[in-house]
Design a protein around this ligand. Structure first.
Ligand code: FES
Length: 54
């Protein structure tokens, strides 16, 4: 089962296989786990790069 965890003041973490559809329509399959930025400070959007900590 795929799970979604919202970390306080941090990213949205999806655990389990899922597919991302990017704004340009391309799709990317993540086989196990990925963290998505919610603070908009990441230099690697849409993924969290830890910038929310500082
Ligand atoms: S939530 Fe981690 S960089 Fe934005």
């Amino acid at each position: 089962m795929t799970k979604v965890n919202l970390l306080e003041n941090g990213p949205l973490v999806i655990v389990g296989e899922h597919t991302i559809t990017h704004p340009d329509g391309t799709q990317e399959v993540k086989p196990s786990r990925a963290s998505y930025c919610r603070c908009e400070k990441s230099a690697n959007m849409p993924f969290c790069d830890g910038a929310h900590k500082g």
